[in-house]
Design a protein around this ligand. Sequence first.
Ligand code: B12
Ligand code: SF4
Length: 513
Amino acid sequence: MTRSELRSIDCFTERSNRLSLRGNGNDARIVPWSHLTGSLLAVGSWDVLDFEEPGSLLCEVSQRRQVLLRILLTTRCRDSGLYDYFRENAPRNYRWRFGMPRTISFGLRFLRQNLPQLNILEYPTRAEFSAQLKRGWDVVGFSFYLEETNDILAMAAEARQAGVSQLWAGNYGALTPSIQSHFDHMFTGYSEDALAQKLGTHLDEIQHPPLITRFRLPGGWSFPLGILFSSRGCSFRCTFCQTTAFAPKPKEIPLESLDRVLRFYVQHGIHFVLVLDENFGNIPAHADAVIELLARHRVRWLVQSRVDLLLRNFDDWQSCGMEGALFGIESFHQDILKQMHKNEKAQSTFELAERLDLAGMYAQGYYIIGLPPETPESIAADLRTLASLKLDVTQITIVTPHPQTEMWHELDSSYGILEEDWSKFDTKHLVWKHPHCPPGVLESLLEDGFSTCYGGDWLTRTTKKFLSTRRAQKDISSILLGPILSRWASPARLPYLPAQVTSGDHQVRGAVA
Ligand code: B12
Ligand code: SF4
């Protein structure tokens, strides 16, 4: 059947994964979705007949016209290995560390959960990506961070050559103005609504997908960890942070959606939840409701927030199951915190670290070295102070300007951002001209910092804390069963929750009727 003969597209459902095409002579043909070429669909705009299976709608309808776009969203390739945050924040080649290789993309799973017509490809090999391109797509979208820009630009060039008509960029990497010309559309913020709009539909509320990762303890024992985002964005204005440009207004994820995903986690044997909001507690009433929900589901949870919010809410959150905290220390110097608009008291970090330690809770702190007033000597002394906090995980970064932040403009105008290779903007390299630290010095201070923080009794201390907390909670079994549960609850087995019927669906069906 040629395009000119094609009269209508009856339906395309997720379950059947087939599209029924009707031609001039009303001769229906069922074509597996994977056999359709992108070009056929890209230009298609036909009157809609009816949908066989309500609910699992993968066609987009606008004004009784239909445009089916084949959209593939992907990430950087995995050929050089999967990113592991804990490997990057430990001494080089250190075996006895935590581990969490990044195998799934939280952002793409959110998009796919809410807009099931999207296809996603997470951390493919380059060969897998090239093979996918051959299947023909109208749109290929890329999700990336700043340091991944080079790889993504190479993938985008390949996609163009393969004839993909539209390239999209999303996630924090899309905030870089100088790469805009490589893409047809930039999505510079949380994007479910923006994408829905582009596809001619709308979402009533965001659905939280299951996001399950395998968390590895030092030595290799693993257990599944459910990730939760209860809100998005942050109202603070720290000069180094790209969230100020990406999502400056905090917004809630609806409680019903959080309830649904927490129930799913518990049903699948997941008892530990990591709450990774930019700044949990930034919307106080919502945070109160969320901790009650976490307590109701009887999960143990760790949370990312500011030091002041953690201190203010410590008792409440602990009584609802908090077992650890991830927080930005950034600096021990009040003047530097002030310059960064961090609005924290330098002393508060010590108080928080002590409270967490006394309560036997996991503590993970983020520290930045190389601010303009700092010298190699002052940094070395600060790193010793950092090690004295006895954290379980210490993230140390070299101050790195990120596009569209206040710090980018400050460092560029006062000292000069010299580095042109985006892969060096990984917060582990100096990319601007520091007034007191020649090239290479901060990188070796960073290594020294990790060696000090993870040296001495780190392993015994952290293991003891972990085991005694589990014993106190009478919860050794979930850890013993961890590897089995990890396999059972792998993200490949449990990718999405069943689609919710939204008013977008009603609208479409209304238009059809
Ligand atoms: C989880 C996380 C990680 C995880 C990622 C795990 C995973 N499996 O994906 C790990 C631990 C690996 C990580 C590492 C790092 N991270 Co990080 N991380 C986060 C965190 C806490 C959440 C990100 C997230 O998943 N959000 C939830 C999802 C739903 O949102 P999303 O990914 O933004 O996706 C949405 C949109 O971006 C958009 N979207 C995404 N992709 C696409 C693609 C297309 C085509 C479209 C249209 C839309 C779109 O739609 C999605 C749904 O709304 C944020 C802070 C925060 N709470 O936002 C920091 C954050 C993103 N990380 C940050 C940093 C600095 C880092 C590190 C450099 C840390 C370090 N200093 O060592 C590394 C670099 C990682 C790398 N190069 O790969 C910064 C900014 C990053 C940047 N500017 O490039 C943030 C904002 C923290 C901060 N405030 O400074 N991180
Ligand atoms: S560093 Fe934290 S508190 Fe500051 S703007 Fe970013 S997310 Fe908000």
